[in-house]
Design a protein around this ligand. Structure first.
Ligand SMILES: *Cc1c(COP(=O)(O)O)cnc(C)c1O
Length: 430
């Protein structure tokens, strides 16, 4: 597999390099040189396979002979150890539940596959994973790498801006997992990570590797569950499918669009955001004007400079798709709350991120179409707000209940690169 840097097309790397490096020169994102496509018949065959086998074929189409299919299959089997069921919500609307993994959010898919791929290509070399999280990536990455030899993980998160239970889930592990609460917002954390990757001395001393949605392996893993969703739908709905994706950094949506580019039948995608709406405004008026990030109920989507956006533009360009085909919608906290209540009346307990996707989908779905929204997190992950909105208690799933009473092991740092740098250098491998 060959990939190129979106900021400098002359920088070309293998899949192994892209995984290890995360980002290219000038913080450019890597993008696949070849975009594999399946014809209608091949898609129908793929949809008949089980999740793990099908996913191995999909990813092998990208990875090519760089990693043999058998190895890819073994890695996927270790990564995808939980299902992605489609649950019916209304006659014409269903949700793809991506929260049955160890940290109860879709980021388990990408995080676990990336950890497996990194182990596959790194061999004996020590690696430091440095990543910023607005909540869920951190937990997924921490759990995916916890206890792996030769890998240490440093996770930055905005202090006081993620839910207490989210924090418990990944800041109580210890061992090879270091967590740092930054006095700032998610964009500050993301900026610190970018600065670290620009610092060659630091990069070499720590064998730095990013593990947020920038890493291409995470995106590739996420393609697989869009196929899984379609495989579970009745065949007569396949031609009429509209998918709504709750979006923050736009990694999930990029993966969905890649699935469509491979031939998966999806009529259109909807990018659903909270009031951090840089992309919806851009799609409306063509102007890229990020505002100050605002804290919302859907905190994993509190991103005003979504880092995967250049990949989406590149894909539309490569496929000659007009950008106007991408639909969008913005949902306030007020409407998010109402929507969680409306979903509960329909018998479905949801959480703020999925509720946003549902709201925009419901508002835009046409007669005869079939809508699917992504359920990106378990409602119990956002227990405080969901309970307050619904006025009823939610049971804690086991993965959370186990960690809720453990002490936080996080370090605290200001949003200052020099201090982060010193912190990291103290942890450089021999
Ligand atoms: C990360 C996250 C999102 C946003 O996904 P992106 O790929 O960053 O757009 C949505 N919902 C939840 C629960 C998340 O954790």
């Amino acid at each position: 597999m060959k990939l190129y840097n979106l900021k400098d097309n002359s920088e070309q790397v293998s899949f192994a390099q892209a995984i290890k490096q995360g980002l290219g020169k000038q913080q450019g994102l890597f993008f696949p040189q070849d975009l594999p496509e399946f014809n209608r018949e091949e898609i129908d065959q793929l949809l008949k396979l089980d999740f793990v086998t099908r996913s191995s074929h999909i990813l092998s189409a990208f990875i090519g002979d760089e990693i043999p299919l058998e190895h890819v299959a073994v890695r996927i089997k270790s990564a995808f150890t939980f299902p992605a069921p489609v649950a019916k919500v209304e006659e014409d609307v269903a949700t793809l539940e991506l929260f049955h993994g160890p940290t109860l959010a879709f980021k388990d898919f990408g995080g676990r596959f990336m950890a497996q791929m990194l182990a596959q290509v790194a061999g004996e070399q020590p690696v430091t994973i440095l990543t910023a999280t607005s909540g869920d990536t951190g937990a997924a990455v921490a759990h995916a790498f916890y206890g792996l030899d030769n890998v240490q993980v440093v996770i930055l998160y905005p202090q006081g801006k993620i839910s207490p239970l989210q924090e418990k889930l990944f800041c109580t592990l210890g061992g090879n997992i270091h967590t740092v609460a930054i006095d700032g917002d998610f964009d500050d954390c993301q900026a610190l990570v970018k600065q670290a990757f620009d610092d060659n001395e630091l990069k070499q001393a720590l064998y730095l590797n990013s593990a947020n949605s920038i890493n291409i392996s995470r995106l590739l893993a996420q393609i697989c569950y869009y196929f899984e969703a379609v495989a579970q739908l009745p065949e007569d709905k396949r031609g009429q499918l509209v998918i709504s994706v709750p979006s923050g950094n736009f990694g999930d949506l990029t993966a969905g669009l890649l699935a469509k580019s491979m031939g998966l039948p999806v009529k259109r995608f909807i990018a659903a955001t909270n009031v951090n709406d840089t992309v919806p405004r851009y799609l409306t008026d063509g102007k890229w004007v990020p505002h100050q990030t605002v804290a919302t109920l859907s905190n994993a989507m509190d991103v005003s400079q979504p880092n995967n956006w250049p990949r989406i533009e590149e894909l539309f360009y490569r496929k000659s798709w007009p950008l106007s085909e991408l639909r969008h919608g913005v949902v306030s906290d007020e409407v998010t709350k109402e929507t969680i209540k409306a979903l509960a009346k329909l018998g479905y307990i949801s959480e703020p991120h999925a509720a946003i996707a549902y709201r925009v989908l419901r508002d835009q779905l046409q007669e005869g179409e079939y809508g699917l929204f992504l359920g990106t997190a378990h409602p119990a992950k956002f227990k405080e707000s969901v309970e307050q909105i619904l006025g009823e208690e939610l049971p804690l799933p086991e993965a959370l209940a186990e960690r809720a009473d453990l002490a936080l092991l996080s370090h605290c740092l200001p949003a200052n690169f020099a201090e982060l740098r010193a912190f990291l250098l103290e942890r450089a491998p021999e």
